[in-house]
Design a protein around this ligand. Structure first.
Ligand SMILES: NC(=O)c1ccc[n+]([C@@H]2O[C@H](COP(=O)([O-])OP(=O)(O)OC[C@H]3O[C@@H](n4cnc5c(N)ncnc54)[C@H](OP(=O)(O)O)[C@@H]3O)[C@@H](O)[C@H]2O)c1
Length: 331
C-alpha cells in the first residue's frame, strides 16, 4: 500500500484508510464480530490509518479499535479520533479547556492509550475556528501529553481555510469526492503548501458512487441514509454528500458508465477512490467499509491504474451538469 506524509506530522498515512463510523452506529447494525473482522481485513490489506470519533456509537467504535489492536503486534497503525460532538447542546461555548481534557481523557480510556495520535475537532460551530483560545487549548493538550497532534474535521472550505491559518493544525478532514469537488481548488493547494495532511472523508458519497443504489433502494431505519436525508439529525452534507438522493442515483449511473468505459477491471467504487487518490494534495482517503470484502476492495483501489484523461474529463462534466448546483456554493 502506498504511504504518504505531510510535513506537520511525523508519521505516514496509508493512502487508503478505514473510516470507522460504521463500526459505531448510524449505518444499520454492525455486530462486534463483524466490526473486528472488518478491521482485520483492512489491516491485512495494508491499511494503517483508522479514523474514528468519541461519539460513534457513544464510544463503541473507539472501544472496538482498542479491542482489535490490543494483544496483537500491529505496529504502525495510526488512530485519529474526534471530539466536540459529545457537547449537549452542541454550542461554541462548550469548546472549553476543561471539556477538551474530559473528552480526550475518555477517548484515551476507550482506545487504551496514554497519548492520542491525532485528535480532530468534530465539525464544531464555525465561531470555534476563529478563536485563538481554541488552538491555545489544543496546544495545552499536546504539552500535557494527552494528544500528540491535532487537526480539524470541517464542513466547509471556508472553515478549512481558517483552520489552515493556524500553525498547530496538522490535518484537515473534509468531504471531497467526485460529487464534492470544490475542495480540490479551494483547500487542497493551500493545505499542501502548509504541509498539512488532507483526510478525504465520505469518498463514496455515502455509497452512491458505487452505483449500486436505485431510486427504490431502502436503508435501515437506524441508518442516517434514512433518517438524515433532510439534515434533521446533523449536517445534511454528511449524507450522500448533500446531493438529493434521486439526483445522485442518476449521476452515479453516468459515473459508472464513464469509469467502466476505460476497460479497467475495477468496480465504480474503486474507480471513485482511485480518482480521489490522484488529486494533488490528498494524503489519505477513508472509505467507511461496512463489510470485510468492501475493506479489501477499497484497499485494492490503491494499486489500480489511474483514470485516463477522457474519464477524468467526463467526471468533471457529470459534476458540472448534475451535482454542482446542489453542493458547490453551500460547502
Ligand atoms: N464529521 C465527520 O468528521 C465525519 C462525517 C462523516 C464521515 N466521517 C468519516 O469518514 C468515513 C467515511 O465516510 P462515510 O462512511 O460517511 O461515507 P463513504 O465512505 O462515502 O460511504 C460508506 C458506504 O459506502 C459503501 N461502500 C464502502 N465500500 C464499498 C465498496 N468497496 N463497494 C461498494 N460500496 C462500498 C457502503 O455502503 P453500504 O452500507 O450500502 O454497503 C458504506 O456504508 C466515516 O466512516 C468516518 O470515519 C467523518
Amino acid at each position: 500500500m502506498e504511504t504518504r506524509t505531510a510535513q506537520r506530522l511525523p508519521f505516514s498515512f496509508s493512502v487508503i484508510g478505514q473510516g470507522c463510523w460504521q463500526l459505531g452506529a448510524d449505518w444499520g447494525d454492525v455486530t462486534q464480530d463483524a466490526a473486528l473482522t472488518i478491521l482485520d481485513a483492512a489491516y491485512e490489506s495494508g491499511i494503517r490509518f483508522f479514523d474514528t470519533a468519541d461519539v460513534y456509537g457513544d464510544g463503541r467504535s473507539e472501544q472496538l479499535i482498542r479491542t482489535y489492536l490490543q494483544g496483537r503486534s500491529h505496529h504502525g497503525v495510526t488512530v485519529a479520533t474526534k471530539m466536540g460532538r459529545r457537547a449537549n447542546p452542541h454550542t461554541g461555548d462548550q469548546y472549553t479547556l476543561d471539556n477538551f481534557r474530559a473528552w480526550t481523557d475518555r477517548s484515551r480510556e476507550n482506545l487504551g492509550v496514554d497519548t492520542l495520535d491525532l485528535v480532530q475537532l468534530h465539525c464544531p460551530p464555525t465561531e470555534v475556528y476563529h478563536r485563538a483560545s481554541t488552538y491555545e487549548w489544543l496546544d495545552t493538550l499536546v504539552s500535557e501529553g494527552r494528544i500528540a497532534h491535532y487537526g480539524v474535521s470541517v464542513e466547509t472550505c471556508a472553515e478549512a481555510l481558517e483552520a489552515l491559518s493556524h500553525p498547530g493544525v496538522a490535518s484537515i478532514q473534509i468531504i471531497v469526492n467526485a460529487f464534492r469537488q470544490k475542495p480540490l481548488s479551494q483547500v487542497l493547494p493551500v493545505a499542501a503548501d502548509a504541509g498539512v495532511a488532507v483526510i478525504a472523508r465520505v469518498p463514496l458519497a455515502s455509497g452512491l458512487l458505487s452505483g449500486k443504489y436505485t431510486t427504490t433502494t431502502t436503508f435501515a431505519d437506524n441508518d442516517h441514509r434514512s433518517f438524515n436525508r433532510d439534515g434533521g439529525a446533523f449536517d445534511v452534507g454528511e449524507t450522500f454528500s448533500g446531493v438529493p438522493y434521486e439526483v445522485g442515483v442518476l449521476a452515479a449511473a453516468e459515473f459508472s458508465v464513464a469509469v467502466n468505459a476505460q476497460g479497467i477491471e475495477a468496480s465504480p467504487a474503486q474507480r471513485a477512490l482511485r480518482w480521489l487518490i490522484d488529486q494533488p494534495g490528498i494524503t489519505t482517503v477513508i472509505p467507511g467499509a461496512r463489510t470485510p470484502d468492501q475493506a479489501r476492495a477499497n484497499a485494492a483501489a490503491a494499486g489500480q491504474p489511474a483514470l485516463d484523461d477522457a474519464t477524468a474529463q467526463r467526471i468533471t462534466e457529470i459534476y458540472s451538469q448534475h451535482i454542482s448546483e446542489h453542493v458547490h456554493d453551500r460547502w
